[in-house]
Design a protein around this ligand. Structure first.
Ligand code: ADP
Ligand code: MG
Length: 248
């Protein structure tokens, strides 16, 4: 199986001098095409930093990120912008929809920004994939939180990205709605909905259990992984996360 994303000895340091924070330390990971991976770890363990670097939204201090065969460190700012626009999708805890636009207008935005004329069928299929075909003309304020996040997912998928990155996508949604949304994400990967790979950050074991695989971060380092996890497995591992001692 090809790797959708590969992280090679990724490190990220913020600040300088006394204010230095090491957010990621020598993290190497692959995300195979067709996989759904959850990145787990306590608050401050580097999850969001890992996602931002992997998605080309932030630049690592050292190490490499490959999306497919493309090494992000070799890209100009323009090429990086195009890669972010065309080959990756993002979903955040805040839905970040434009309030004045309808669901279908929000979904068509990435295509418009790319200078493409949005094809009605393509927009429709993206909304169908997230179960919202009948809400195309609704504005965000007329939709529930879970529905707004579905629109955000449809918007992220409309360019058919190689990988969808999600940072705490259910963080602002109630538990029952979260389960539906996560089941839908899992189906998008397992089915033939056109989406092949998801990398999702979460600190919630129940959320992580929807993934095929969970990788653990502790203090910016990789701290093991679990395949086919249950929420109990993940919770137990979280309690026992030992931070490897680092020589100064
Ligand atoms: P998580 O998502 O697991 O909670 P983050 O990746 O957000 O963790 O943060 C990892 C560490 O890096 C934390 O100590 C955080 O304070 C620090 N950090 C994150 N972003 C910045 C930034 N822009 N500037 C300085 N420090 C940062
Ligand atoms: Mg975070």
């Amino acid at each position: 199986m090809n790797d959708a994303v590969r992280l090679d000895a990724l490190s990220k340091t913020y600040g300088a001098g006394d204010n230095t924070v090491v957010a990621l330390r020598d993290v190497s990971l692959t995300f195979p095409s067709g996989s759904f991976t959850a990145v787990m770890g306590p608050s401050g363990s580097g999850k969001s930093t890992l996602l931002q670097c992997a998605a080309g939204l932030d630049v690592p201090t050292s190490g490499r990120v490959l999306i497919g065969d493309t090494d992000l460190s070799g890209l100009s700012e323009t090429s990086l912008t195009m890669l972010r626009r065309d080959r990756v999708g993002f979903v955040f805890q805040a839905f970040n929809l434009l309030p004045s636009l309808t669901a279908e207008q929000n979904v068509s935005l990435p295509l418009r920004l790319a200078g493409r004329r949005p094809d009605r069928q393509v927009i429709r299929r993206a909304l169908e994939a997230v179960g919202l075909a009948d809400r195309a003309r609704h504005r965000p304020a007329e939709l529930s939180g879970g529905q707004q996040q579905r629109v955000a997912i449809a918007r992220a998928l409309v360019t058919r990205p190689a990988v969808l990155f999600a940072d705490e996508p259910t963080g602002a949604i109630d538990a029952a709605t979260s389960r539906e949304l996560l089941g839908m994400l899992r189906d998008l990967v397992d089915g033939d909905g056109g989406l092949s790979t998801i990398v999702m950050v979460t600190h919630d074991p129940v959320v992580a259990a929807y993934a095929h695989r969970v990788v653990f971060l502790a203090d910016g380092r990789l701290a093991g992984e679990l395949a086919g996890p249950t929420a109990d497995d993940v919770a137990a591992r979280m309690t026992n996360l030992t931070v490897p001692t680092v020589p100064a």
